[in-house]
Design a protein around this ligand. Structure first.
Ligand code: C6P
Length: 412
């Protein structure tokens, strides 16, 4: 019997059942992983298996099922911590995702700041790394400053010299921009923060899915990420922080499991990481995230990063061949991860995305929850194609064919 050997990418695609769907008689082309990635079978199976055979609350029951659930939950924490290079799992807090992780910091760390203390962000941040610092400013009268972005879509590194001073307590930056795709020099930024006695917070929502991450090598103090963008379930993510800093911070939420003792007027907190995990956690989500981490480790994050870079290079080439396309972000694919955001001279991104949908091509159109960076580039919105480990050059060809169709419709 003849055997067929599937290529690596074909094998990966087999793991994602959603890729087998068709719309309007055409196979789905999923180019919106920047918003949320598709889920592979091992993650889906881990969730079903947990709910079918091991389900119980964690850290509470002295019976076999609860102990199994606790082992699965804590095992997922250990593997997730290792995945991002964390020195130990004590510093890895499970949250709902990047948004909650950054809000936790803006409260628990932010509330140690006082009037006139400064937070330095950038104009390319997602709203979840802008708004919590604005809210902090209202509560504590802190000052929020922003590093700019060049026309090429990279950070104005010289701005750090002007903006980071001895008043700066927090420097916060995205590892990868969700609009420009820019990969930021975190090591350098962490050093600038530390030279001024500030802490460095990194939004890793768009880097963790796409490249090997090692928080020790990055030199940052806190690192936030979301499970659903890296093959895991929704409603789960993480915040890694240096233990000595987390120890000093007050809890974000109060409730069960985050306490050691409760009295009528005061309480004592549980040890790390539980001090920051109030209430029944997203147990299944964490177990699913553990399975996603195993899946990505099995594929190999070096491979994922290389595949990503090749697709970005190919997508750039194809888009540059089109008339009237303005592509945002760095032109060097090595400095550009995960997504291609563009503006077409002749059609609005919402019309483009709708027309692409009729070709079964899924892209995102809009401001991508990062309005200030759209403003910087003078566009109200962009069309964004974001790639992941299951995408192929053929997917980008399908998108380009759809652009051709848009042009024929809008340009007379
Ligand atoms: N960006 C996008 O389509 P949550 O929603 O908490 O999982 O992640 C928030 C977030 C934070 N930082 C960056 C850089 C992000 O890209 C995101 C999520 C999605 O670009 C949904 S708006």
């Amino acid at each position: 019997m003849a055997t067929t050997t599937l290529s690596k990418i074909e094998t990966i695609r087999e793991d994602f059942p959603e890729l087998k769907r068709q719309f309007h008689g055409k196979p789905v082309v999923f180019l919106d992983s920047g918003a949320s990635s598709l889920k592979p079978l091992p993650v889906i199976r881990a969730l079903t298996d947990f709910y079918s055979y091991h389900y119980a609350n964690v850290h509470r029951g002295i019976y076999q099922l609860s102990e199994e659930a606790t082992d699965l939950y804590e095992g997922a924490r250990t593997r997730t911590a290792k995945f991002i290079g964390a020195p130990s799992e004590r510093g890895l807090i499970f949250t709902r995702g990047t948004t909650e992780s950054l809000n936790l910091l803006a409260y628990s760390l932010g509330d140690t700041l006082g009037p006139g203390d400064e937070v330095v962000g950038t104009i390319m941040e997602h709203h979840s790394n802008q708004v919590p610092w604005q809210l902090l400013g209202k509560r504590r009268r802190t000052v929020l400053k922003h590093v700019g972005v060049t026309d090429e879509g990279v950070l104005e590194m010289g701005d750090y010299d002007k903006l980071v001073t001895d008043r700066t307590k927090i420097v916060t930056v995205t590892h990868v921009s969700n609009v420009l795709g820019t990969i930021n020099p975190i090591k350098e930024i962490s050093k600038i923060a530390h030279d001024h006695g500030a802490v460095c917070i990194v939004d890793g929502a768009q880097s963790t899915p796409h490249m090997p991450v090692d928080v020790k090598a990055l030199g940052c103090d806190f690192f936030a990420f979301s499970g659903h963008k890296m093959c895991g379930p929704t409603g789960i993510g993480g915040l890694w922080g240096r233990e000595e800093l987390l120890e000093k911070m007050e809890p974000f939420l109060g409730g069960g499991d985050m306490i050691r003792e409760v009295h009528l007027q005061e309480s004592q907190w549980n040890e790390l990481p539980y001090k920051f995990e109030a209430g029944t956690p997203n147990i299944a989500g964490a177990i699913g995230l553990g399975a996603a981490v195993d899946y990505l480790n099995h594929v190999g994050m070096e491979w994922v990063a290389r595949h990503d870079e090749e697709l970005i290079a190919y997508g750039m080439k194809r888009l540059h061949e089109q008339k009237g396309v303005r592509l945002l972000g760095p032109t060097d694919p090595k400095k550009h991860a995960g997504m291609l955001s563009f503006w077409l001279d002749y059609a609005h991104p919402h019309d483009i995305a709708q027309l692409m949908d009729s070709e079964a091509v899924c892209v995102r159109a809009g401001h991508h929850c990062a309005m200030p960076v759209n403003e910087r580039f003078g566009v109200p919105a962009t069309t964004r194609a974001s790639v992941y480990l299951y995408n192929t050059e053929a997917d980008l060809d399908a998108m380009v064919r759809a652009i051709d169709k848009v042009r024929r419709l809008f340009v007379r």
